[in-house]
Ligand binder design. Structure first.
Ligand SMILES: Nc1ncnc2c1ncn2[C@@H]1O[C@H](COP(=O)(O)OP(=O)(O)OP(=O)(O)O)[C@@H](O)[C@H]1O
Ligand code: NI
Length: 267
């Protein structure tokens, strides 16, 4: 088997908080997390609000809050992601698709935003290709974010994040609040990236989205990886799922109201 693109082992994230006077206390954010994402694989990370999903993304990207302390190891393509290495690979080999289109600069035309980080000599050519890939007409390049529809803005986000050199894409909640068709479009773009060999870490609390694109689903609770499931196991009444917590999540979906043993199941 080839080397994973991303390998996280024994990751700990904790926060130092000031208590009374000068005393400090440490609150855990992530504890002992191990996971790997292979080339061309979409790994979904699923978990309730506050379970540590965004912290995982921030730990990889090196953008944790200042009061965070970390332990463990994060390997990207076999070597450690040190701060120096991050400055070389972020935006080039590792890209981040943020949750919200508000991360776009309201004061800069979207075409210029797509060119950021690209080699000046090829930037405009690459920008055109990315626009074509994400179904954005060329004249849109001169527009500002507030002049575009929500759907176009999400496609601009992809165009700003995706580069030929990218090997790992981290998408943090790319689908909440979107109608079904828009969700499907975002998932299709993630699938296309994976097919082209990119490793995709999809952070979400949308089980159905996770299961429809990912091969494996990592389930987090309170900062720990509770279970690693195959997406295929999220089917029927969830009997194929390895861990009861994954079964609970699956069965709590409104369309999965099963009645085991004759009793109605409610979340
Ligand atoms: N700077 C901080 N200081 C202390 N605790 C923090 C800090 N930042 C985050 N946390 C805590 O870390 C925990 C995990 O947060 P995280 O944002 O990773 O959750 P999440 O799984 O992404 O949730 P959501 O689905 O709502 O985005 C939360 O309980 C949060 O309160
Ligand atoms: Ni989050």
């Amino acid at each position: 088997m080839s080397e994973p693109v991303l390998a996280v082992s024994g990751l700990d994230v904790s926060f130092v908080q000031y208590a009374k006077g000068l005393r400090t206390r440490t609150v855990p954010g992530i504890t002992g997390l191990d996971l790997e994402v292979a080339e061309g694989e979409i790994l979904a990370v699923l978990g309730a609000s506050g379970s540590g999903k965004t912290l995982l993304a921030q730990a990889i990207l090196g953008i944790l809050p200042h009061n965070a302390r970390t332990g463990g190891e994060i390997l990207f393509r076999g070597s450690r992601l040190t701060p120096a290495r991050r400055t070389r690979v972020l935006g080039r080999e590792i890209s981040y698709i943020p949750q919200s289109v508000t991360s776009l600069d309201p004061l800069m035309p979207v075409g210029a935003q797509v060119r950021i980080g690209l080699d000046a000599a090829v930037a405009e050519r690459v920008r055109r290709r990315l626009f074509a890939r994400y179904d954005l007409q060329d004249h849109v390049a001169g527009r500002y974010p507030h002049q575009l529809s929500g759907g176009m803005l999400r496609r601009v986000l992809f165009a700003t994040s995706v580069r030929d050199t990218v090997r790992l894409v981290i998408a943090d909640e790319p689908t909440p609040g979107l109608h079904a068709e828009a969700v499907e479009e975002v998932l299709r773009h993630l699938r296309e990236l994976a097919v082209s060999g990119v490793a995709v870490l999809l952070i979400t609390h949308d089980i159905r989205a996770a299961v429809s694109v990912a091969r494996r689903v990592a389930v987090m609770r309170e900062g720990r990886l509770v279970t690693m499931e195959t997406a295929d196991a999220f089917t029927g009444d969830g009997a194929e799922l390895r861990h009861p917590f994954a079964r609970d999540l699956w069965r709590a979906l409104p369309q999965n109201q099963f009645s085991p043993g004759g009793t109605e199941w409610h979340s």
